[in-house]
Design a protein. Structure first.
Length: 445
RNA sequence: GUGGCUGUAGCUCAAUUGGUUAGAGUACCAGAUUGUGGAUCUGGGUGUUGCCGGUUCAAGUCCGGUCAGCCACCCCA
């Protein structure tokens, strides 16, 4: 016997069986539909890019996580680790043909060679949407609305979109004479919920070179709470006299007003000065979205505004705003909330292969039902009916069609509702119209 | 990248602490009136105890390595 190769997957890489893939695709479809409804258009870019494009950001961490190698022509190449860098390159290369604003969405796989943990894999999918080429707060509002509609569309229950604006913090830092220290400050601030104000203050003193008083002043910002209007008022007085900070507060007010005008319920939106997002390229509005039922899993949709997306690749100024749906997290949440039905068939109807001499009749039936836009599977073997029904049940089919000699003689077909256990005899008329109507009624009812 | 925990059937777990042929539930397959599933009954073990090596008369059990998973740190563009 030949030596066998052990079937296995790489660390951090996953197989997706049907019952995982079906809800996954459904979620992605919903995201695409919502993105499109706002005029975002799909793009795609190569998985593999010149290493210099990907490594352009130059941070050590990036470099460590990047999958890189020499291709057959000796070129140094790497797998994309997010969709933002490819977008920047794409925009720099094509913006003159496409014009602004450029509204695109991109659903694609990315790779990071980082250490794995629950929910952190080396290959995963991102679902980004961005608006490039405008500073208008209208784009910020629209981004919030897309997040809102998306979460609404997946029926996952109440959620909260947390809003902040980097300009507020940067304005405050300017006022305190700490301009330029926003990166270490944000990094420390981001840990607030985890390690508490005391340790955050210590880290700020140690990492950002702040005095204890300055750290306390910054933490004062993070401690602001109350209704959105209360927060706005507190922020106004905190950054009073600083142009940047005041603009940030004004933009938050505009964003809030716009979202409200578009009909979003008040409780869906929360000004939250404590959210920072770890990413240091955000310069204005930042978003995080949590599920009220599962705050512990963190943000399921995050993003923000950046000043200059493509500065590494072009002299053209390309401001933008966008966000990314946390697909894996969202699916984990749906699983935990038991919103995912265990289904491993993509078609709702199974035709039992009952009578071997009737194969052509079954095929004609299937064709007619498919033509009506309904997915049908014909069981491939003329096994015992009980087994076929068991198969239908296990896979999660909704309806089984049963037709044998008796039915064909009477010119009918049995339509069986598998969940309810009920069934009815439907005449097989020309074009199977009655049958299709019965199926449709059963599927919607 | 650092440190810790774990790895037995598809899944959840057992195996008297090193003792001889690795078990149970569930799932799966076949059958129980060759036309009706989710129930019941019968039969079937489907496993290189993750992998490689070491210690020992004897290893699922102890040791080392490796691979994988989980947790914390780091980081998360």
């Amino acid at each position: 016997m030949a030596e066998r190769i052990t079937p296995r997957t790489l660390k951090g890489f996953r197989d997706y069986p049907p019952e995982v893939m079906i809800p996954r695709e459904r979620l992605i479809d919903t995201a695409r539909r919502v993105y499109r409804s706002y005029g975002f258009s799909p793009i795609d870019t190569p998985a593999l890019e010149y290493l210099e494009i990907l490594a352009g950001k130059g941070s050590e961490e990036t470099d460590k996580q990047l999958y890189k190698f020499q291709d057959h022509g000796g070129r140094w190449v790497g797998l994309r680790f997010d969709l933002t860098v490819p977008l920047a390159r794409f925009a720099a290369q094509h913006i003159n043909e496409l014009g602004v604003p450029l509204k695109r969405y991109h659903v694609a796989t990315v790779w990071r060679g980082e250490n794995t943990q629950r929910g952190r894999y080396r290959e995963f999918m991102q679902c980004d949407f961005d608006t490039i080429g405008t500073r208008s707060v209208a784009a910020d509002i629209e981004t919030a609305l897309v997040i809102h509609d998306l979460l609404q569309a997946i029926h996952i229950g109440p959620f909260t979109i947390h809003l902040n604006n980097r300009m507020v913090l940067n304005g405050l830092l300017e006022k305190l004479g700490l301009a330029g220290q926003s990166v270490p400050v944000l990094r420390a601030l981001d840990k607030l919920a985890k390690i508490g104000p005391q340790q955050v203050a210590e880290e700020m003193v140690a990492q950002a070179g702040m005095t204890a008083q300055q750290a306390a002043d910054v933490l004062k910002l993070a401690a602001i709470s109350g209704s959105n209007q209360d927060v706005l008022r507190s922020l106004e007085s905190l950054v009073a006299g600083n142009a940047l900070g005041s603009e940030g507060v004004a933009r938050l007010a505009d964003l809030l007003g716009g979202v409200r005008a578009a009909g979003v319920a008040e409780e869906r939106i929360k000004l939250d000065v404590s959210i920072a997002r770890g990413l240091d390229y955000y310069t204005g509005t930042v978003f995080e979205t949590t599920l009220d039922a599962l705050p512990g899993i963190g943000s399921v949709c995050s993003g923000g505004r950046y000043d200059n997306l493509a500065e590494l690749y072009t002299s053209q100024q390309l401001p933008g705003i966008g966000a990314s749906l946390g697909l894996d997290r969202l699916l984990a949440a749906m699983e935990e909330l038991q919103l995912i039905e265990k289904v491993s068939t993509a078609a709702p109807v199974l035709i039992a292969y009952f009578d071997e001499s009737r194969l052509h009749d079954y095929l004609r039936l299937a064709t007619a039902i498919r033509a009506a836009g309904i997915g049908v599977e014909l069981f491939p073997d003329a096994k015992k009916l009980g087994q076929q029904l068991k198969y239908a049940d296990r896979r999660g089919f909704r309806i089984a069609l049963i037709a044998g000699g008796d039915e064909f003689a009477a010119g009918t077909c049995q339509v069986k509702n598998l969940a309810a256990g009920t069934q009815q005899n439907v005449p097989l008329d020309e074009g199977a119209g009655s049958l299709i109507a019965a199926i449709q009624e059963m599927l919607t009812g």
